[in-house]
Design a protein around this ligand. Sequence first.
Ligand code: ADP
Ligand code: MG
Length: 391
Amino acid sequence: MSENSHTTGKRILLESITKTYSGQSTPAVNDVTMEFAAGEITMLVGPSGCGKTTTMKMINRLIEPTSGRILIGDEDVTNVDPDALRKRIGYVIQGAGLFPHFTVGNNVGLVPKMLKWDKKRIAARTDELLELVGLDPADYRDRYPGELSGGQQQRVGVARALAADPPVLLMDEPFGAVDPITRQRLQDELLRLQEELGKTIVFVTHDFDEALKLGDKIAILDQGSKIVQYDTPEHILAEPNGEFVEGFVGAGATLKQLTRARVRDIELHEASVAHVGDDSEIALKGVRDIGRKHAIVLDDHERPLRWMSLKELGQQNLLDNVRKDPELEAVTLNSSLNDVLDTMLTSSHGVVVVTGRRNAYQGVVRVETVMDAIRSMRAEGAASSRLGESV
Ligand code: ADP
Ligand code: MG
């Protein structure tokens, strides 16, 4: 797998673009000028019908602008061949939009095939990408989309969009149709991918919390894709521009900082760890020595399987055959503290397991750590509002 920590993305510049659909008097997108920085994730947030999808589709020329121009890097793409352009722009939509009669592998290899790569290269690239999005190629490449869960289909959609290594990725409410836990995982995966790939990503959502979690920048849009505020999440939370933006931020802007804080930014703790196949006497001693009542059992790839109590550990040979607890919820290093809180509420342990690459165990987050984070945010929030009053 390639390990790029540098920016491979190119900036996108919209210059006075307008789209008026035929037969309509008001433009769907009205004279918008906006730049998406190279290698960053920009979130577009706005009410339904304000022109987000139209804006996205003008970037990859699924829709032709009525006027204005679009540059990717320094190239004016307003007049290049749209088919060729779309092979250089990844596009992910809600429901993934996979071809149901194509295998997963053929869906991912679609653009490389259109680009006439040879078969061997396509196969290698397809496997690389499935692995990148967390799907075992041997398991998934020959299946059909209908056999996959919504979240897995969405991963395939992301793999397909990345196939020809485009500098630009457009994502239009990609995670809108999956359940909240799957959405959280997909968001975490996207952040991890982005650390490696450094693409220019434009991501539409109507979920402001999703925008806070994923965005390097957020553009809040009103009718006609009019920019009401375009800034970092921190600045938007601290100084929302008027009632319209406040409506998105909602109550509790201070607590929303929890959506910006990542697990990787806080201190992890060590749980007592046991491995499948360990001697239960030794495992027990390990737990008692550090004054714990439970151990997290890991498989031979360091992946967490389940918590075990002292009593369970004391039962002979129980560690020989440990099955994964389907209820075990883990967060990743890219999860937000908000995700951690959500997960804690459904767990009975007061700690949440953290996993990293390939779902390997990294440590645990304790409820106290999250509480400390909230307290310091409150203190900072209070300090800045006092500052505001005195100015
Ligand atoms: P959003 O993605 O923000 O919900 P859209 O870009 O889909 O908004 O739509 C913006 C406006 O353009 C809406 O008023 C919508 O009804 C209109 N619109 C979208 N697509 C078409 C179309 N193909 N023909 C005519 N009007 C359209
Ligand atoms: Mg839309």
